[in-house]
Write a protein that binds this ligand. Structure first.
Ligand SMILES: [Zn+2]
Length: 671
């Protein structure tokens, strides 16, 4: 999910977080006249990770010797009624209980029920409307369940189940046994596709046909984990927490439609023309984007196979995924290119968009953006695992699924780069690293915002480098946010975070925080090793916040408790100040003594740029430990002449709420 709606700036499609934060906002509120006092004992308190790690997770933040997680494999057979905008489907779920616990019941998520007029999500939708509400508008949504049956211990039965809002509980005739027991659930169901589905799915009318973007489209197993047992928070608007498994699914659509879906297409010979197959093969060997179906071909009947009874069945497979989504339309232009991954493996980047979006300043470059974003993150963090990556233009402004993302059809230039890079960045968080988005959105949105900064700085010799401009754009936005007394902290569940604060708390502050950790605290080498360790340890698993904190402390080799506390659990303000400059024995040739103060509750390492009257400039870096015994410090600099200026945080990278006291200037002696 991108920032733009989060900040209610809905008119600009697909803009990157950093850019949003840099929108000329209201002037920053002045810092309070008396900041809450700095307290070293509170900031460096020893009790943050003082409980032993559970045996399922190590004290060092890795999955433990007894770590387990359950698995859910899905076989989905769906048909799209394009005239009624309705999906009818059968889901066959094979659920494996790897836990050490007997499970007398299981929980599923029936997310389409958000769109029932009587849903909790509708009830919490403000009268004036809200991006996540649809039920309130009287749309006839929700999962219509036709049959629900189970197969357990060799017996097939009609399921005893109960639906409560977006959750469904199946009571089992006998418990699912620990240690690998399997339950098969078969559900026949149907639902109407909302026109605007909480900015996660929807429909867009274009001149050559409607674009259907379909997510949350099948009953999904809730996660049973070692932390909370069943995770049954309802779907109100926050994103998802899902187990991993393998998917095999078919989509029956009109023959003139093109379909993009998570994973790989298994039957190209059935659903593509010979020309499309040839061009696709060319694209799979090309670093330049190859057009598979040109804008001028969209309305040509010969550009698609005739199908059977005017219909075709697209067959996809997606391995080791926590979800699948798809999009279908007669209106799609299609292009693709090869992606080169670090192991030597190749994958395919592709884009589906209507002719209205087919401009060189817009979606004609989408595939290039997908390719560069994924190649960069694969090299920098962890190799992309799916064979295909698809970007779809449509009504959804920006939403991520494994191997496929939905971005706004109106996005162009840097906005399209930003939203594409962001949504595909989600393939790392939470698609590879499967954290709990419904409780901890900062672990996917924030970590993703961080990798987007580096990716944008890297893209095409800085073509959109302003989107990765931290000091110029992110720092002012976050500093403004810090000064807002009604602000939320990252460690807040999203349903509780004020909607206007979500962009700050989950995205910007977290992304900026990791950037500070990398640039100002650990340094890129130590940070990158620790962050890669976190990704590798928890790839396709379920880390908690403390697994992240513990891994960064352990692999980075630094007790960062003070940072986790001030940044993720509090909105402590930072105010570094230079107070006085004196000279050793009042003699500038013997060295200067610079006194500084930490006036807010937060602490950071100090960077001071020191200039002498003779022109000599030096940079002094002091570790955060100078603030462990209190809020004042004096350090010595070797000098040969009087100082002319001392500037703290000269690159303006820290969230200092009062820069007025960051600079000391010598009083002119000439008159
Ligand atoms: Zn997002």
């Amino acid at each position: 999910m991108p920032f733009k709606h989060i900040f209610q700036l809905a008119l600009i499609a697909g803009i990157l977080p950093t850019a949003i934060l840099a929108q000329p906002g209201p002037a920053a509120p002045a810092p309070p006249a008396n900041l809450p006092p700095y307290n070293a004992r509170a900031l460096f308190a020893p009790n943050f990770l003082d409980q032993p790690g559970p045996t399922t997770r190590t004290a060092g933040g890795a999955p433990g010797a007894t770590y387990w997680q359950n698995a859910a494999d899905y076989q989905l057979t769906a048909s799209l009624d394009e005239k009624k905008a309705r999906v009818a489907a059968t889901a066959v779920i094979t659920y494996t209980n790897n836990s050490p616990d007997a499970l007398p019941f299981v929980w599923l998520q029936v997310d389409q029920n958000l769109y029932r007029p009587d849903s909790r999500g509708a009830a919490i939708t403000p009268v004036g409307g809200f991006r996540f509400g649809n039920g309130a508008r009287g749309f006839g949504g929700g999962d219509s369940l036709q049959t629900v049956s189970i197969e357990l211990h060799g017996k097939k039965l009609t399921a005893n189940y109960r639906v409560s809002d977006t959750r469904m509980q199946i009571m089992l005739p006998e418990a699912l046994r620990p240690g690998g027991d399997k339950l098969k659930i078969t559900i026949a169901y149907a639902f109407n596709i909302p026109e605007y589905g909480s900015d996660r799915l929807g429909r867009l009318k274009t001149k050559n046909g409607e674009i259907f973007e379909v997510g949350q489209w099948y009953p999904r197993m809730a996660v049973y984990d070692d932390v909370e047992g069943w995770n049954t928070l309802p779907y109100l608007s926050a994103e998802f927490y899902l187990d991993y498994g393998n998917y095999d699914y078919t989509l029956d659509v009109p023959a003139n439609y093109l379909v993009g879906g998570s994973g790989e297409l298994l039957n190209p010979a059935e659903v593509l023309t010979a020309t499309e197959q040839q061009r696709l093969a060319k694209a799979a060997a090309s670093d330049q984007t190859v057009v598979v179906r040109a804008p001028g071909e969209v309305t040509q009947t010969g550009s698609r196979p005739a199908g059977r009874g005017g219909r075709l069945r697209w067959h996809f497979r997606c391995q080791q995924a926590r979800d699948v989504a798809w999009a279908a339309s007669a209106s799609f232009v299609w292009d693709a290119a090869r992606m080169n991954l670090p192991s030597g493996r190749k994958a395919l980047a592709q884009s589906l968009y209507p002719v209205e979006s087919a401009q060189d300043t817009a979606w004609n470059r989408s595939t290039e953006y997908v390719k560069r974003s994924i190649e960069y993150n694969s090299k920098q963090w962890y190799e992309y695992t799916y064979p295909v990556a698809t970007n779809v233009a449509g009504a959804v402004g920006g939403m991520e699924y494994p191997g496929i993302v939905f971005c706004g059809d109106k996005a162009r230039k840097g906005q399209l780069w930003g939203v594409t890079d962001h949504e595909f960045g989600h393939n790392w968080f939470p698609m590879i690293v499967g954290s709990n988005e419904r409780k901890y959105p900062w672990m996917d949105e924030g970590f993703n915002t961080f990798i987007n900064i580096l990716s944008s700085q890297n893209f095409n010799n800085g073509e959109y480098k302003e989107q990765g401009d931290v000091a110029g754009r992110l720092v002012p936005g976050i500093t403004r946010g810090l000064l807002d007394p009604n602000q939320d902290v990252p460690y807040t569940i999203p349903d509780v975070t004020q909607p206007r604060n979500l962009g700050y708390a989950a995205y910007g502050k977290t992304g900026y925080g990791l950037y500070l950790l990398r640039q100002e605290i650990l340094g890129p080498e130590r940070f990158d090793f620790a962050f890669r360790t976190y990704i590798k340890r928890w790839a396709f698993k379920h880390p908690t916040p403390r697994d992240f904190f513990r891994t960064m402390n352990n692999a980075g080799g630094e007790d960062l408790t003070w940072f986790w506390k001030q940044w993720f659990f509090e909105n402590y303000l930072l105010d570094q100040a230079v107070t006085t400059v004196t000279y050793v024995n009042q003699d500038p040739t013997k060295g200067a003594l610079i006194s500084i103060e930490n006036k807010g509750q937060a602490a950071f390492p100090v960077t001071a740029e020191v200039k002498e009257a003779n022109g000599k400039t030096s940079t002094v870096r002091l570790p955060v430990e100078i603030w462990q015994r209190g809020g004042t410090w004096t350090f010595r600099v070797d000098t040969t002449s009087p100082l002319s200026t001392v500037v703290l945080d000269p690159t303006k990278i820290l969230p200092d709420v009062n820069r007025g006291n960051n600079t000391w200037r010598a009083v002119s002696m000439s008159n």
